[in-house]
Design a protein around this ligand. Structure first.
Ligand code: GLN
Length: 475
């Protein structure tokens, strides 16, 4: 399939119609969807209408924008006016938001055409898409394996060439980890660089929206399209989005790269040897391109996972309180009191992992344990930020594996803690609010793709794109 940039350039110059591009995408979805289940909803008629409007604009001599006619998919936790937005949860099954998320408006404004909403772990809690209430997504490279998660549907849709561009959300790794497991590029931007208005909240201090693509250049144009200040999101950074396309041609000459020792067989255990070997090769490739590569220790990152599993559930327990059958959520009328109705609604509406998070978070925030758990986790978060800031005085970017392992079989990580360990390399960037990108870098066990992670400081997207472009060429 063509890349997003190829489609947009052909559509803008009139060599390809948006209608043809969208028809191709819909045909690919129809052929593969029974096997893969990447989508919760496909909006074929609406997509074809929008594509015709793009074609009319081109015919009338106007430019529909940098993503003209590009078929796109959105994780089903982003609000789309009049189109179901379920978070892959029974509690929101059938809910149609009355408004569009900012990202939806920005993408439409750039000429992109939404073809559907993708499957996820319920409320974005998970690393395999097995927690979806509507059945799992399968990895297009091997349908007996998970695509990763929680944005597994978005990753699979791009890996299977159903669309060249999709979007996910990343709270602890949910864009980068599925990108790694499916062999696509996945970017988690700086916290506040992309508006969260209309993204259904999981853990508000960690959530960020970002793209999945087959090329680094497509991720760059996608980020430039969706980024920038939004007054409707109070955590949005009041600055223009950094230009990252410029950085793609810079090469790695003089780039200072720190390889995170803890994630390379140091203090953190459980990495597949092939994953570590590919990450070392990626470091060598950057050095060969002129980068100064050194190991660096970020000691507090080993506590990232523990801190995350207090902070994220704490915020989730608060954010998910709104699904009470009154304000939001499919009501189950039962018993004689409002409390009975709320208990029945939440018992029937939420799956096991969501309930686990709500209980963990409520406990961590409870009066007697607040200081011991939530308060301590926040202090660890500050230590992690300090460690990163010290590292970025010496380095432009940092390097690590994205996931400790390649794609794994369904049911292989049935114990929650085993599943949580998948995000050990991705979580620290969320806690710090920093950007990071996963780039496919050759293959590991069973010839499955390995993702290498490039991390950068606050608004350091240009540097991570610079390194990512070099890795893409070397791979
Ligand atoms: N897998 C992690 C979790 O379950 C991260 C999820 C995410 O980034 N949305 O919380």
């Amino acid at each position: 399939m063509r890349t997003a940039l190829e489609i947009a350039n052909l559509v803008r110059s009139g060599e390809l119609s948006a209608t043809e591009a969208v028809e191709e995408s819909l045909a690919s979805i129809e052929a593969q969807e029974p096997q893969i289940h990447a989508f919760n909803t496909v909006v074929a008629d609406r997509a074809l209408d929008r594509a015709r409007a793009v074609d009319q604009a081109v015919a009338a001599g106007s430019d529909p924008g940098p993503l003209a006619g590009v078929p796109i998919a959105l994780k089903d936790n982003m609000c789309t006016s009049g189109i179901p937005t379920t978070c892959s949860s029974k509690i929101l099954d059938g809910w149609k938001p009355p408004y569009d998320a900012t990202i939806v408006e920005k993408l439409a404004g750039a000429g992109a055409v939404l073809v559907g909403k993708t499957n996820l772990d319920e409320f974005a809690m998970g690393s395999s898409t097995e927690n979806s209430a509507f059945g799992p997504t399968r990895n297009p490279l091997n349908p007996s394996l998970v695509p990763g998660g929680s944005s597994g549907g978005s990753a699979a849709a791009v890996a299977a060439n159903m669309v060249p561009l999709s979007f996910g959300s990343d709270t602890g790794g949910s864009i980068r980890q599925p990108a790694a497991l499916c062999g696509t590029v996945g970017l988690k931007p700086t916290y506040g660089a992309v508006s969260r208005y209309g993204l259904v909240a999981f853990a508000s201090s960690l959530d960020q929206i970002g793209p999945f693509t087959n090329t680094v250049a497509d991720a760059a144009v996608a980020f430039e399209t969706i980024g920038g200040h939004d007054p409707r999101d109070t955590t949005s950074i009041p600055q223009p989005v950094p230009n990252v396309t410029e950085a793609l041609e810079r090469g790695a000459d003089g780039l200072r790269v720190g390889v995170i020792a803890e994630m390379m067989g140091g203090a953190i255990e459980g990495f597949e040897p092939e994953v570590l070997a590919r990450t070392r090769e990626a470091a060598d490739a950057l050095a060969a391109a002129g980068a100064e590569v050194e190991e660096v220790s970020l000691e507090s990152t080993i506590y990232g996972l523990s801190a995350y599993y207090l902070i994220a559930p704490a915020e989730a327990s608060s954010n998910l309180a709104r699904y009470d059958g009154v304000r939001y959520g499919n009501r189950v009328a039962q018993g004689t009191s409002t409390a009975d109705m709320m208990v029945a609604t939440r018992t029937a509406g939420f799956g096991a992992e969501v309930k686990r998070r709500i209980m963990l978070g409520t406990y961590a925030l409870s009066a007697g344990y607040y200081d011991a758990f939530y308060g301590k986790a926040q202090r660890v978060r500050t230590l992690i930020i300090d460690d990163f800031n010290a590292a970025y005085e010496k380095f432009d970017v940092l390097l690590s594996p994205t996931s400790p392992c390649v794609a794994f079989p369904f049911g292989a990580k049935a114990d929650p803690l085993t599943m949580y360990l998948n995000d050990v390399c991705t979580i620290p960037s969320n806690l710090a609010g920093h950007p990071a990108i996963s780039v496919p870098f050759r293959t590991g066990a069973n010839d499955l793709p390995v993702g290498v992670q490039v991390l950068g400081p606050m608004l350091g997207e240009a540097a991570i794109f610079q390194a990512a472009a070099v890795l893409e060429t070397a791979a």
